[in-house]
Design a protein around this ligand. Sequence first.
Ligand code: NAD
Length: 281
Amino acid sequence: MILIDGKKAAAELREELRHEVTGLKAKYNKVPGLTVILIGDLTPSQIYVRNKEKSANEVGLKSEVIKYPDSVEEKTVLEKIKELNKDETVSGILVQLPLPKHIDKQKVIETILPSKDVDGFHPMNVGNLSSGYESSVPCTPLGCYLLIKKVEPNLNGKKAVIVGRSNLNGKPMTQLLLKENCTVTITHSKTKDLKAECLEADIIVAAVGIPELVKGDWVKRDTIVIDVGINKTDKGIVGDVDFDEVSKNAKALTPVPGGVGPMTIACLLKNTIECFKRSQI
Ligand code: NAD
C-alpha cells in the first residue's frame, strides 16, 4: 500500500511556491500578500492562523493577521474587508471560520472581492468552478486533488465516491474530479447503502466528521482513499477512515494527521499566488 505523505507533498509544494514568489518578485518588484482576519479566541482557529502565517512567511509572501475580539460588530468586519478589497498590496483575504453567531458568515464571504477570495467560498468562485471556468478552489479539496494526482496522474473514466456533500469539501471535490473525467457519485447522510457505493469506487474521498466511518471491507484492492476527517477521540485524532483496516486493502491511503491537513495550508498559499498573478494581467 502507498502511504500518501501529505507532509512531504506539502513541503515540496511550498518549495515550488517559494521559487515562484522569487520569480514574481524579480518580475514585478512586489510579492503576493495574504491578509487573514481572526475573530475571537477559539484555540483551534488561533493555531490554524498561526500556521498559515508561518507558512506564508516561509514561501516569501507578505502576510498580515488582523485580530478582533468576539464582540466585534459585523459592520466593522465588513468595512475592514472593503478596505482590504481596495488595497493593492493585498492579493488574498481570508476570514477564519467559524465566526461568532452575531456575524453573518455568508455576508462576510460575499463582501470579499471574488478575485481576492483565497478560500474559494464566494458564490462567483463556486459558480465558476462548477462551470469549469478559472476560479479560486477551496484549499482542502484542492489539496486532496493534488494528492490523488500524485498517485494516479490519469483519472480518465475512474469511479470516484465522495462521502459528504459540504460546500467546504464534498461539493468542490466533486467538481475537481468531474473536470478530470471521473464518474463521480456524491454520498451523504441519507445515502441508502454507503458500503455498496464505496465498493464501486476507484477513488474514495471521505469528508464526513465521523471517526473511522469507512471500513476495510468497504474498499476494493486498487482504491485510492483520501481521508479529510479530523476527529478528536479518546485515542487521539483520527480520520473518517478506519486506517488500520483500510490500509490492508487500499492501493493508497492518506494518514491522519499528516495527510490532507498539511496540503490545505500549502494550497492556501498557492491560491494567494494565483490571485496575485491574475491581478497583474
Ligand atoms: P460537514 O459537517 O459540513 O459535512 C459533513 C457531510 O457528511 C454532510 O454532507 C453530511 O451529509 C455527510 N454525512 C454525515 N453523516 C454521514 C453518514 N453517516 N454517511 C455519509 N455521509 C454522512 O463537514 P466538513 O466541514 O465537510 O468536514 C468534514 C470533516 O473534515 C470533519 O472531520 C472536519 O474536521 C474535517 N476537515 C478537515 C480539513 C483538513 O484540512 N484536513 C479541512 C476541513 C474539514
